[in-house]
Ligand binder design. Structure first.
Ligand code: 0A1
Ligand code: ZN
Length: 880
C-alpha cells in the first residue's frame, strides 16, 4: 500500500539482519529492453537476530523464478509486495536462486541498472541494488560476489565488474561473456557492472609491497586525449595513501569508468569506480584549472574509499559520515599535500572554509538541518549532504587537531586493526582515536549527534600592569529541527597574539609556554583563558586555520582587522580579516541600496586591497583568495531579512569600485601574472591564472572600451579553457557588445564537447542579465536535455541556486519556474529533482513580498499527485 506520508526511518530502530549472505553468484543477460538477472545466494541465519524470516529488498522487478535449496517455492511459501520479498520459516541454511527481469532503457532515475548513450552502467549506493535483484540490500550484509556478464559482442565489447577477470569468451550467436570475481566481501551498494563500447588508457603500476597493479581509465570513443590527468591523479592517490597511512591497493586491477549520465560526482564500487565524465575528462582545450583540481580531488576521494568505506564500511546509512566525512578529510589532505607548500595548503583550507560557509552553514540553519550522524530520514538519498560530507570532514579534522598528526595516524592504524572487514558505526571510529591516544573524546561525540553551527563569542581584556591578557570564550548553538537545546561542544580553538609590529607574541598559559600558537580546548559554555607575560596590548588572531566549524563573534575594530590582514602569520586568518572588512562594508552598502541612500566605499579598504593585490611576496593564489568578495548568499546569511536585489547591487557596486579605483594595479597584475609556455594545471600556474583572471573580472565590472578590449583580446587568443571561460565571463558581465558573438563562437567551437557545452549553459544561466524568460529560451536549445543531470545542473540549477537576484524576481516568476522544473524532473529522476527542491529551503528569511509566492510554489509542489519520497521529504520539511 502506498500512502501519502512516507515512513520515517529511525537510527534507534536498527536491528541486525536476520540472515547473512556468504556468497552471491550473479548472471546478467544484458538487453536494454529486458535484462534477465539470475542470482544464487548462499545464506545462513544470523546468530545475532531473533527473526526467523529471510527478508529481501526488491523494487520495480518482475520475479520470474524463486527456488530455495533446489525447490521452487510455491506462492504460499513467500510473501511479496512492492518493496520486500519475505520467506517465513526459512531453514538455518538456505541457497536461494532468484530470477528477475528489469528494463534498463526505461530507467531514467540513473539508480540501479541503466543505459547511458547506449551503454550499460550501474549505480547501487545507497539502495540501488534492490532495483537489480532481490537482496538484503543493507550495508551490514557483506558477501563475496562472482558475476557473469553476457551481452552482444559488437555492441558491448567491454564487460566489466568488480575484482578480477577470471574468464571470458564467445557464446556463439554474436554474444560473448566475461566472468568476474571479487576476492573481498562487500555490501551490495559497492556492486557495479559496465557493458559498453569504450576505450581505455592503461598502465601497470608498482605498489609499495612489490606487487604490480593494472590501472585503467575507460572512456567513450574520441576521449582518450582526456584521460591523462585522471590516470596521474590515480597514481598519486595510490602513492599518497601508501606513504601517509600505510594503506595499499588490495587488488590486482583498478578501473575508473566515465559516464555522461550520472547523478553525483563518482562512485567507489570495489575495483570499478564509476565517474561522472566531469571528474575524468580533461585536456587544456576543454578543462579549466578548477576542473583539473576537481578531478584530482574526486579520483583521490573514490580511491581512498577503498579503505575508508569499502574495507571498513557502514553498519547502516545513519553512519554515512563514517566513510564520507573521513574520506573527504583524506581527499582534502591529499590535495593539499599535492600542492606541497604551506601557502598552497592555506589556500586549500580557505577554499574549504568558503564551501562550509556557502553551503553547510545555511543547511545547518535551515529546515533540513541534521546531525553529522542523522537520527532519522525518509529518503537516504537526501542525506548525501554538505553536513555529512564537509562538516563530517571538519569533525575528523578537529580530532586530528586534538590528537596531533601522529596521534591521528595511530588512531587510523587501530581503527583498521579492529574493524577491517566489518560494518561499523561513527562511534567505533571515535573510540579508536580515543583509545590509540589515551584521550577522552566522550564530549566530542556531540559533534556527531547535535545539529546546528555553534556560535563562539570571544571577549578580551588586557591588564597592562599585570601584563596579562584574558580571553573569555562563550559558546551556544541555535535550536534545529527536533533539537531545542544543545549541550556545550568540545571545541579546539587555535589562537595567536600579534604585537604592534605584526609579529606573533610568545604565549604563556598557566605558566606553560606554547611558542607562538596554542590550541585551546573549549569544553564549557563559558571559559576563561589567561595569557601571562604579555608585554603589550595584542591583536588577537582567533580560530586560526579555522580550527572548528563555528561562527566566531568578536568585536574587531577596523584597525585590528587591517593589522591582521597585513601581518597575521596564519594565512587563513589573514584572509579572514579581509573577509570581515569586506562583509561589514557589503552589509552597509546593502542597507544603503535598500534605503536609496548614496553608495560609498572608504579609501582605507580600497588601499588595503591595493596593497594585498600587489604584494609580490605572497603567492598569487593567496592574493586571489584575499581579493575575492563574500558571495551574495554569504551576505544573505548575515541578514535577518534578505533582499536579493539589494545584495546584488551592493556587491556589484563594490566590484565596480574596485575595478575603477584599482584599475592601474589590476592591469599591472594582469600583465605580471601571465603564464607563458605550454599549459600546466599545477597550483603555481593555476594561481597566477586565477589572479590574472580575477583582475580581468574586476576590470569587467567597471566596463570601459579598454577593459572590454582586454577581455576580447584574451577570448580571441586564449590557449586554454581557463583563460577562455574567464574572458567570456568578463565579456558577458560587462555586457560588452562582443559578448553575444563570443558566446556563439564558443558554442560553435565546442559543440561536440558535452562538458564545455555545460559551461556555455551555466555561464549564461548565472549572468546578471539572464531572467526566467531567457532560461526558458535556453531550455529550448537543441543541446538542452532534461534527462541529463549535468545539463540540468548547468542550466536549471545554475539559475535557481546561482543567480539569486533574477531567481527572486519580484513577480515570482522564478518560483513558478522552479515548481515546474521540480515537478518535471521528479517524474524522471527523483534524486535530481530533490536537490533542485532544496534551493527553496530558506524561504522564510526573505522579505514578506517574496515569502508568499515562495510558500505558494512549495505548496504547489507538495500537492503533486505522484511525488517521490525524495521531493516530499524536502518540501515537507521546508513547509513545517
Ligand atoms: N559514495 C559516493 C557518492 C555517491 C552517492 C550516491 C550516489 O548515487 C545515489 C552516487 C555517488 C561518493 O562519496 O563519492
Ligand atoms: Zn564519498
Amino acid at each position: 500500500m502506498r500512502t501519502d506520508t512516507p515512513a520515517t526511518i529511525y537510527r534507534q530502530d536498527y536491528l541486525p539482519p536476520s540472515y547473512l549472505v556468504d556468497t552471491v553468484e550473479l548472471g546478467f543477460d544484458l538487453d536494454p529492453a529486458r535484462t534477465i538477472v539470475a542470482s544464487r545466494l548462499t545464506m545462513r541465519r544470523n546468530p545475532d537476530s531473533a527473526e526467523r524470516a529471510i527478508v529481501l529488498c526488491g523494487e520495480n522487478l518482475e520475479l520470474v523464478a524463486l527456488r530455495m535449496n533446489g525447490k521452487t517455492l510455491g506462492k504460499r511459501e513467500y510473501a511479496i509486495d512492492d518493496k520486500t520479498l519475505r520467506i517465513p520459516n526459512a531453514p538455518e541454511r538456505a541457497t536461494l536462486e532468484i530470477e528477475t527481469l528489469t528494463a534498463p532503457r526505461q530507467n531514467t532515475t540513473l539508480n540501479g541498472l541503466y543505459v547511458s548513450n547506449g551503454n550499460f552502467f550501474t549505480q547501487c549506493e545507497a539502495e540501488g541494488f534492490r532495483h537489480i535483484t532481490y537482496f538484503p540490500d543493507r550495508p551490514d550484509v557483506m558477501a563475496k560476489f562472482t558475476v557473469m556478464l553476457r551481452a552482444d559482442k559488437q555492441r558491448y565489447p567491454v564487460l566489466l565488474s568488480n575484482g578480477n577477470l577470471i574468464e571470458e569468451g564467445d557464446l556463439g550467436d554474436g554474444r560473448h561473456f566475461a566472468k568476474w570475481e571479487d576476492p573481498f566481501k562487500k555490501p551490495s551498494y559497492l556492486f557495479a557492472l559496465v557493458a559498453a563500447r569504450l576505450e581505455c588508457q592503461e598502465e601497470t603500476f608498482a605498489l609499495a609491497d612489490g606487487r604490480e597493479a593494472l590501472l585503467q581509465v575507460w572512456v567513450e570513443e574520441g576521449n582518450l586525449d582526456k584521460t591523462n590527468y585522471a590516470m596521474q591523479s590515480l597514481k598519486n592517490s595510490i602513492r599518497w595513501d601508501e606513504q601517509r597511512y600505510g594503506l595499499e591497493l588490495d587488488l590486482d586491477r583498478f578501473m575508473i569508468v566515465a559516464v555522461g549520465d550520472f547523478n553525483m560526482g563518482a562512485m567507489e564500487n570495489k575495483g570499478l569506480n564509476i565517474f561522472n565524465t566531469k571528474y575524468v575528462l580533461a585536456n587544456p582545450r576543454v578543462a579549466t584549472d578548477t576542473d583539473y583540481a576537481g578531478i584530482e580531488a574526486v579520483v583521490g576521494h573514490e580511491y581512498f574509499h577503498n579503505w575508508t568505506g569499502n574495507r571498513v564500511t557502514c553498519r547502516d546509512w545513519f553512519q554515512l559520515s563514517l566513510k564520507e566525512g573521513l574520506t573527504v578529510f583524506r581527499d582534502q589532505e591529499f590535495s593539499a599535500d599535492m600542492i606541497g607548500t604551506d601557502s598552497g595548503r592555506a589556500v586549500s583550507r580557505i577554499e574549504q572554509v568558503r564551501t562550509l560557509r556557502q553551503a553547510q552553514f545555511p543547511e545547518d540553519a535551515g529546515p533540513m538541518a541534521h546531525p553529522v550522524r542523522p537520527d532519522s530520514f525518509v529518503e537516504i538519498n537526501n542525506f548525501y549532504t554538505v553536513t555529512v560530507y564537509e562538516k563530517g570532514a571538519e569533525v575528523v579534522r578537529m580530532i586530528q587537531t586534538l590528537v596531533g598528526r601522529e596521534g591521528f595516524r595511530k588512531g587510523m592504524d587501530l581503527y583498521f586493526a579492529r574493524h577491517d572487514g566489518q560494518a561499523v558505526e561513527c562511534d567505533d571510529f571515535r573510540r579508536a582515536m580515543a583509545d590509540a591516544n589515551g584521550r577522552d573524546l566522550a564530549q566530542f561525540e556531540l559533534w556527531y549527534s547535535q545539529a546546528g553551527t555553534p556560535v563562539v563569542r570571544a571577549d578580551t581584556s588586557y591588564d597592562a600592569e599585570a601584563k596579562t591578557y584574558t580571553l573569555t570564550l562563550s559558546q551556544s548553538c541555535p535550536p534545529t529541527p527536533g533539537q531545542q537545546s544543545k549541550a556545550p561542544f568540545h571545541i579546539p580553538f587555535a589562537v595567536g597574539l600579534l604585537g604592534a609590529n605584526g609579529r606573533d607574541l610568545p604565549l604563556t598559559i598557566d605558566g606553560v609556554a606554547h611558542g607562538t600558537g596554542a590550541v585551546l580546548e573549549l569544553l564549557e559554555a563559558r571559559q576563561r583563558f589567561v595569557f601571562t607575560d604579555v608585554a603589550e596590548a595584542p591583536t588577537p588572531s582567533l580560530l586560526r586555520d579555522f580550527s572548528a566549524p563555528v561562527i566566531l563573534e568578536y568585536d574587531y575594530s577596523d584597525a585590528e582587522l587591517l593589522h591582521l590582514f597585513s601581518h597575521d602569520s596564519d594565512p587563513v586568518n589573514r584572509w579572514e580579516a579581509g573577509q570581515r572588512l569586506a562583509m561589514a562594508r557589503l552589509l552597509k552598502l546593502t542597507a544603503a541600496v535598500a534605503a536609496g541612500a548614496k553608495l560609498e566605499l572608504d579609501e582605507t579598504f580600497i588601499n588595503a586591497l591595493r596593497k594585498m593585490l600587489s604584494d609580490a611576496s605572497l603567492d598569487a593564489a593567496f592574493r586571489e583568495q584575499a581579493l575575492l568578495l563574500p558571495s551574495e548568499s554569504m551576505i544573505a546569511d548575515q541578514l535577518e531579512t534578505v533582499n536579493p536585489q539589494a545584495i546584488h547591487l551592493a556587491r556589484q557596486f563594490m566590484r565596480r569600485t574596485i575595478g575603477t579605483e584599482l584599475r592601474a594595479d589590476l592591469f599591472a597584475q594582469y600583465d605580471a601574472n601571465q603564464t607563458p609556455g605550454p599549459y600546466s594545471p599545477d597550483a603555481g600556474s593555476a594561481g597566477r591564472r586565477g589572479l590574472k583572471n580575477l583582475a580581468l573580472a574586476y576590470l569587467a565590472a567597471a566596463p570601459s572600451p579598454a577593459n572590454n578590449a582586454l577581455a576580447k583580446m584574451q577570448f580571441d587568443t586564449a590557449g586554454n579553457m581557463t583563460d577562455r571561460v574567464a574572458a567570456l565571463g568578463a565579456l558577458i558581465h560587462a555586457e560588452a557588445e562582443y559578448a553575444s558573438d563570443a558566446l556563439a563562437r564558443f558554442y560553435d567551437d565546442f559543440e561536440h564537447e558535452a562538458l564545455v557545452v555545460d559551461k556555455w549553459f551555466s555561464m549564461q544561466a548565472a549572468a546578471p542579465g539572464t531572467d526566467v524568460a531567457a532560461v526558458r529560451e535556453l531550455m529550448l536549445h537543441p543541446a538542452f536535455n532534461i534527462k541529463n543531470p549535468n545539463r540540468v545542473r548547468s542550466l536549471v540549477f545554475a539559475f535557481c541556486a546561482g543567480n539569486p537576484a533574477q531567481f527572486h524576481a519580484a513577480d515570482g516568476s522564478g518560483y513558478a519556474f522552479w515548481a515546474e522544473q521540480v515537478g518535471a524532473l521528479d517524474a524522471l529522476n527523483p534524486q535530481v529533482a530533490s536537490r533542485l527542491a532544496r534551493s527553496m529551503d530558506r524561504w522564510r528569511r526573505y522579505a514578506p513580498a517574496l515569502q508568499l509566492p515562495m510558500k505558494k510554489a512549495l505548496q504547489q509542489v507538495a500537492k503533486g499527485k505522484k511525488l517521490s519520497n525524495d521531493v516530499r521529504e524536502v518540501v515537507g520539511k521546508a513547509l513545517t
